[in-house]
Every structure is written in structure tokens, then in C-alpha cells.
Write a protein that binds this ligand. Structure first.
Ligand code: PEP
Ligand code: MG
Length: 326
């Protein structure tokens, strides 16, 4: 298998009928970087910056942050990298963060962009480190757990201030800055067009989005197999997101676990996703599926089944049958 996947790296990342789909990888630490070449990823679709904070025993200094970001961009050799601002809180606790509070519902609590907007010093330091590390290159930045568009505007103000600050001191700035939002909270599903207009790109965090759409704790093993990520309602949600992206010419990608399983990656591509980000080990198996995929047939399959699954069968079973037949 490994041999097959290695051979596949040389092949274009296209469906059998020639439609390009970018297969990106998720990463978070310097040790992940060699995987970029080994897995043959088109770039890093999600760099989880909080991992540096989680493996440290105190807040990483601005210099250490900048060094990591610089190393990542060096290792990427011009391939795109999307940095996510720190996604702490919830289940990702920093023992040394004195401001942390006990919460009854941490997943719904003071986390991610909510926390960093309340502690703007944290966000400013990180953004400055990212801007400096990206001098002369494009910086792609995304915000986790966005709930309201106002949070994007607030983050943008902080970013703009840092850009002004650095340019005043004649720092080498990024050639361009793209700001994206993660779509993880269902409130955004009811303002998709506004969302698409408010950002340069959107990345679906399907782990959290599924958790909140289905009201199922993503870490609860008792419930792990109860609800299906490939059930019709969730697939319809994903289709609406892909459609809104296309309608507004806003690039949409997905970076949750869903992207890493060939059957669900197939579904995502059929629903309109042209860029997905996954763990490096998944790139080979997903590319093997991609190069065999007759996309036009899959689109027709969804036209027929998404709103009214054949014989009332579960979508997963229908998708599996589609894959087996081909
Ligand atoms: C997600 O929620 O799908 C995601 C990619 O973010 P994380 O898994 O880090 O919460
Ligand atoms: Mg998430």
C-alpha cells in the first residue's frame, strides 16, 4: 500500500474526470513538517498554533512563536499554509493560564476566539509574530469558533493595528494577508452569505460543527457511534456551505476528521468541496480514491438522493454502494 501511495504522489490531484481537488494536511508542531513532502500534501490547511502552547510549561515568548511560524513557512517551500489563531479553552487547557475558569460546559464556554478577544494581548503577540514570520510572503490566518460576524470585525481591527505598527517600524510585511473564519458553530449556517462576504475564505471544522449540530459531545465514547457524519441532514448542511462559497466566490475548505476517510472525502467532493485538509497519513488513501472518482456520476447521485435517499436507505449505505460499484 505504502508503495502505491508513494507512486500516487507523482500523479495530479484530480478526479477521474479531471477536476482538481487540493489535498492539504493538518499540522501543529515542527515535528509534523517533514510529512509535508512525505505525504505529498499540497500545503497545510490547518496549522494548530495552540499545540506549541500546550506542550510548553509557560506562555511561549513572542520570539519562540515567530521562530516556529518561520520554520513552518520555510519547510512549506512556497506551498500555502493556513495558521489558526490559538484555539485554547474547552478541552484544551493550559495549566499555567491563571485566567482559566472552571466551567460547567467547557465546549460551549470561554474558548478560542472568545477567549483571545477578551485577552487581546495574547492575540496581538501572536499576530505580530505571524506578520513578522511571513515577511515577503502571503499570510493566511483563520479564526476558530467564530459565532458572530462581529468577532471577525474585532479580530480584523487588532490585525490592522499590528500591520500599521509594524509598517511604522519599517518591518518587512506579508505580501498579502488573507483572513478566514472556521465554520464550527451553527449560528453561522443562518448567515452564510454574510459570512462569505466578511472573509477571504472559510474552513469547516467538522469535528466541532458535527458536535454542535447534533448536540453530541465529540469526546464521549458512549455516543461515538450513535450519530452518523454521513447522515442526510449533516450532508445537506455541508452542501449549503459549499453552495454559499461558490455563490459568493469565497474559497471553502474543510479540515475536520471527516476529510481523512476516503468515503467521507468522496462525499465532500461530490457536494462541491475542492480543497480538504486531513492528517498526513490520510493523504495517500484519499488520493487513491480521488484519482478513481467519476465526479459527474457522483454529482448526479447526490442530485437524486440527497433530498430523498433511495428506498429510504441511510446515505452512508448509498454512498458505500456507489463506491463499491465503481
Ligand atoms: C474541528 O473542529 O473540526 C477542527 C478542525 O478543529 P479542532 O479539531 O482542533 O477542534
Ligand atoms: Mg474545532
Amino acid at each position: 500500500r505504502q508503495e502505491v501511495y508513494r507512486e500516487l504522489r507523482k500523479k495530479p490531484s484530480t478526479t477521474r474526470d479531471g477536476v482538481q481537488v487540493d489535498l492539504l494536511m493538518n499540522a501543529g508542531l515542527a515535528v509534523d513538517l517533514p510529512q509535508l513532502a512525505e505525504a505529498g500534501a499540497a500545503g497545510i490547511g490547518l496549522f494548530r498554533t495552540e499545540l506549541q502552547f500546550m506542550v510548553a510549561s509557560t506562555f511561549p515568548r513572542a520570539e519562540a512563536q515567530e521562530k516556529l511560524y518561520r520554520d513552518v513557512l520555510e519547510a512549506a517551500r512556497g506551498k500555502p499554509v493556513t495558521f489558526r489563531t490559538i484555539d485554547i479553552g474547552g478541552d484544551k487547557v493550559l495549566p499555567y493560564f491563571k485566567g482559566a475558569i472552571q466551567e460547567e460546559n467547557p465546549a460551549l464556554g470561554w474558548r478560542a476566539i472568545r477567549l483571545t478577544l477578551d485577552r487581546p494581548g495574547l492575540l496581538r503577540t501572536q499576530i505580530r509574530a505571524l506578520l513578522k514570520a511571513s515577511g515577503g510572503r502571503e499570510l493566511k490566518l483563520m479564526l476558530p469558533m467564530v459565532t458572530e460576524l462581529g468577532e471577525i470585525a474585532q479580530a480584523r481591527e487588532i490585525i490592522d493595528r499590528e500591520v500599521r505598527h509594524l509598517s511604522r517600524f519599517a518591518h518587512h510585511l506579508p505580501t498579502s494577508l488573507k483572513l478566514g473564519a472556521m465554520l464550527e458553530v451553527p449560528s453561522l449556517l443562518f448567515q452564510l452569505d454574510e459570512l462569505m462576504k466578511a472573509v477571504d475564505f472559510v474552513s469547516v471544522g467538522s469535528n466541532d460543527l458535527f458536535q454542535f449540530v447534533m448536540a453530541v459531545d465529540r469526546g464521549n465514547t458512549q455516543l461515538a457511534n450513535r450519530f452518523d457524519t454521513l447522515s442526510a441532514p449533516f450532508l445537506r448542511v455541508l452542501k449549503q456551505i459549499a453552495d454559499a462559497g461558490a455563490r459568493n466566490h469565497t474559497p471553502v475548505t474543510l479540515c475536520g476528521e471527516l476529510a481523512g476517510k476516503p468515503i467521507s472525502a468522496m462525499a465532500l467532493i461530490g457536494l462541491g468541496f475542492r480543497s480538504i485538509s486531513m492528517s498526513p497519513a490520510s493523504i495517500g488513501p484519499v488520493k487513491a480514491m480521488l484519482t478513481e472518482l467519476p465526479l459527474e456520476e457522483l454529482k448526479a447521485f447526490f442530485d437524486d438522493n440527497l433530498m430523498a435517499p433511495a428506498q429510504g436507505l441511510p446515505m452512508r449505505a448509498l454512498l458505500q454502494a456507489f463506491a463499491d460499484d465503481r
